[in-house]
Design a protein around this ligand. Structure first.
Ligand SMILES: Cc1cc2nc3c(=O)[nH]c(=O)nc-3n(C[C@H](O)[C@H](O)[C@H](O)COP(=O)(O)O)c2cc1C
Length: 258
């Protein structure tokens, strides 16, 4: 299933990658461009009555190891778009920050709420704690990753398994019971890249990533508004196609605020 050997570097599509911070800090101010280049945009803060005008908090996750990949370009575009709309975005490049995807022995509990994240020696893991706290308070989630053998990259699978734990993302009364989602977020945007044509992905593989996000993971946490788009075929795509996809990614990010 992995794609061919050619992997052209992404041709920049007008994103502000150089000024983005993907270390998980909330950034409220949009990056400013040259005078007159900012679009007149309604911010998330404009929606609703005055007493509810607070910036939308979005936690965004990228799982791709190669700087300059198309996935990085998509992520940068989405984060930039959301910040331009006034959102407070926690942007996490999971590879770049060295997120450890391996569960410890004490993290295999599915019913009892997990206590502070700790390794076998009882050492707590502040980075993991931060991830759990941030995902719990976000209003919306964004995931950007490629299709690898019908799965997300391992770093993101590990993030799901270590961060979306009982007591943080869901509550179960008994192992066989129905979960109650605990996340504040009510919506998620999943942007995937792949090389398999859509018709073949459906017919031969049943689009496993769609099941992962739309059926298995996100509804368990209480998120039922799952918006997923796949950009394909990426590996052979020329610069014009990539730029068009980046525009689509921005539009999808903006629509998340509706
Ligand atoms: C380990 C690996 C597994 C892959 N498996 C699939 C797959 O199952 N289906 C598919 O359509 N593409 C698969 N691909 C192709 C990637 O989806 C494609 O290279 C990627 O989406 C291109 O985006 P990028 O340039 O940002 O890496 C695989 C690629 C790799 C490296």
């Amino acid at each position: 299933m992995p794609g061919g050997t050619r992997a052209p570097q992404h041709v920049a599509g007008g994103t502000a990658a150089a000024v983005l911070h993907h270390n998980g800090t909330w950034l409220e101010s949009p990056p400013s461009g040259p005078p007159g280049t900012r679009r007149p945009i309604a911010t998330a803060a404009d929606i609703g009555p005055p007493e509810k005008r607070v910036p939308m908090r979005i936690a965004a996750y990228l799982a791709h190891p190669r700087p300059g990949s198309f996935n990085h370009a998509v992520f940068d575009a989405v984060v930039d778009e959301l910040r331009q709309h006034g959102c407070r975005v926690r942007a996490h490049d999971l590879y770049a920050e060295g997120f450890d995807p391996l569960l410890t022995a004490s993290e295999t509990e599915t019913v009892q709420p997990l206590g502070a994240a700790a390794d076998a020696d009882g050492n707590t893991d502040p980075a993991l704690e931060r991830h759990r706290a941030q995902v719990a308070e976000a209003d919306a989630l964004v995931f950007v990753h490629p299709n690898w053998w019908g799965m997300p990259p391992a770093v993101l699978t590990g993030w799901v398994q270590r961060v979306l734990v009982p007591g943080v993302a869901y509550k179960l009364a008994a192992a066989e019971g129905e979960p109650a989602g605990l996340l504040s977020a009510d919506r998620a945007l999943v942007l995937n890249t792949s090389d398999t044509p859509a018709e073949r992905e459906e017919r031969e593989f049943n689009d496993p990533l769609d099941s992962v996000w739309r059926a298995c993971v996100l509804p368990y946490t209480g998120i039922t508004d799952v918006r997923r788009t796949v950009f394909r075929t990426v590996t052979d795509a020329d610069a014009a196609r990539r730029s068009d996809w980046l525009r689509q990614a921005r539009a999808l990010a903006a629509a998340l605020l509706d």
